[in-house]
Design a protein around this ligand. Structure first.
Ligand code: 6PG
Length: 233
């Protein structure tokens, strides 16, 4: 396992293989219990479904999100909705607590309420993240002022990538405090962002390059297509 700036890189043959690896990590986290933060986007759907099959009991877990869109919770763009169907609704025993980010209240009010919920939490036990083709992580977009936030744990953000709706996002210090960070990235459209995030120098132009578990482990699970621009791949 890698610590600090180091990362553990795992390259699966295809997206299905990458999803299976992440599903097994999620299932392990469910069996262990603790605070697990989920990611939005479309990539994790298959991993969520498989995790629910592998570990149908999440009663020892409190579920959080790394970010949310400012839409109603049943909107197809909601990160909560994208986890509810493939994961939460398939569990035999649901999470001890689901900390849904209340995006429908707007980015400032929703961020403030989420920060209040986050206040007692020292750090996440497992933080699942994706990576945008522009290198964004959660809703921390390239060269945005949100990357400079070191006091607040959650902030509102202007979308710089579709869907262009206001966002609520965890900030870098919270992401980097996680005990274990697990990236799931698949598809050739991510290959350049993967190279910049995981083989380049830390840069505000690629938020993924700034996210490492400083006192924990960072694992990056890729399919071969997303890994294609990495040195030696
Ligand atoms: C979001 C996600 C975001 C996501 C990446 C990758 O709210 O958009 O949290 O950070 O992980 O955009 O999304 P895909 O998996 O859909 O490519």
């Amino acid at each position: 396992m890698a610590e600090g700036r180091e990362i553990e890189l795992v390259v699966a043959d295809d997206a299905a293989g990458a999803a299976q690896i992440v599903a097994e990590r999620l299932a392990d986290a469910a069996r262990t219990g603790g605070h697990v933060a989920l990611t939005g986007g479309s990539t994790p759907k298959r991993a969520y479904e498989q995790a629910a099959d592998l570990a149908p009991d999440w009663s020892g877990v409190e579920v959080w999100w790394g970010d949310e869109r400012c839409v109603p919770q049943d909107d197809e763009r909601s990160n909560y909705a994208m986890a509810k169907g493939p994961l939460l609704d398939r569990l035999a025993s649901g999470p001890a607590k689901v900390h849904r980010i209340r995006g429908e209240l707007g980015r400032e009010r929703g961020a403030t309420l989420y920060e209040q919920e986050l206040a007692p939490l020292e750090r996440f036990d497992l933080l699942l993240l994706g990576l945008g083709p522009d290198g964004h992580v959660a809703s921390l977009f390239p060269d945005q002022p949100t990357l400079e936030e070191t006091e607040r744990r959650a902030v509102g953000a202007e979308a710089k990538h579709p869907p262009y709706v206001d966002r609520i996002t965890l900030t870098l210090p919270v992401l980097c405090a996680a005990r274990a960070i697990l990236f799931l990235v698949a598809g050739e459209d991510k290959a350049d962002a993967v190279r910049r995030a995981f083989a380049g120098e830390p840069s505000r132009a690629t938020p993924g390059s700034l996210v490492r578990a400083m006192h924990g482990t960072t694992t990056v699970v890729l399919d071969r297509a997303a890994a294609a621009h990495l040195p030696g791949k």
